[in-house]
Write a protein that binds this ligand. Structure first.
Ligand code: NDP
Length: 237
């Protein structure tokens, strides 16, 4: 099994990378600065034959193209893409909320580029490799914050809107790739103890990663275009 994971240097992305490697799979771990990513470098020492570290900023077209070339140099297909990289402006700053009165263009644009547009364009670029793989699957890490049904607060404006946009982008993609034998789903990973989730979060990213890997294994074509939790339960749009 060959998996491509974005934002692989920390948090959920690092856990997904570690667990796929522990299972014996091949991983293309993409991060903005692989040379600075100590944990990824350590894994590279341990799994030199199955781990490829790639540089990838999901907001940069040239960076996406270079990462695709990096995969093509090593293999002729991919089986799983996990669009994991994400941002939550001002997370951990002590004033983590994107409240009315504090909203800025810069925060809005950055969040949309990383959380919604980036995953779409990464998926588009990797589509030929996924079509050449075994039951190509795209899992995009969304959030319950992107659910219109669950929306009960104003903040976090940008984060929620970006995940709702991601949901629509990936739902659009699912409508097109279903007849290619590919599957695309959106996954709410739960509230995880990571740099983004903070120390009060209720679950370990390792548990979410375990669930997401299991989910990826068990996906059926009928589930293409769905929005589910890391445990496979449906999330309302
Ligand atoms: P972290 O903040 O710990 O990690 C975010 C990752 O995204 C980092 O690897 C970061 O890289 C990367 N990243 C940010 N911007 C870019 C970019 N432009 N190009 C490439 N990579 C980028 O977050 P989590 O591990 O907690 O989150 C993983 C996913 O889960 C995200 O999509 C998040 O929205 C989602 N999620 C998280 C929840 C939580 O409770 N933590 C809850 C619901 C959803 P770098 O180190 O270079 O900044």
């Amino acid at each position: 099994m060959r998996a491509f994971i974005t934002g692989a240097n920390r948090g959920l992305g690092l856990e997904l990378t570690r667990q796929y490697l522990e299972r014996g799979d091949h991983v293309f771990a993409a991060s903005r600065q692989p040379t600075q990513a100590a944990e990824l470098q350590a894994l590279r020492q341990q799994y030199a034959d199955r781990l490829v570290l790639l540089s990838l900023d999901v907001t940069d077209a040239a960076s996406i193209a270079a990462a695709v070339q990096g995969v093509q140099a090593a293999t002729d297909g991919l089986d799983v893409l996990i669009n994991n990289a994400g941002v939550y402006p001002h997370a951990g700053s002590g004033d983590a909320h994107q409240r009315l009165g504090q909203l800025t263009h810069d925060d809005a644009i950055e969040t949309m580029q990383v959380n919604a547009i980036g995953p779409l364009l990464v998926s588009q670029a990797l589509l030929p490799l996924l079509r050449a793989g075994h039951k190509g699957r795209i899992l995009s890490i969304s959030s319950g914050q992107g659910s219109l049904t669950w929306k009960a607060t104003g903040d976090p404006y940008h984060y929620s809107a970006s995940k709702a946009a991601l949901n629509m982008y990936m739902r659009s993609l699912a409508a097109e790739i279903g007849n290619m034998g590919l599957i695309s789903v959106l996954v709410d990973p739960g509230w995880m103890r990571t740099e983004m989730g903070g120390e009060h979060a209720i679950q370990e990213p390792a548990d979410s990663a375990r669930g997401i890997i299991r989910l990826a294994e068990q996906l059926h074509v009928e589930e293409n275009g769905s929005f589910v939790t890391w445990q496979g339960q449906p999330v309302p749009w």
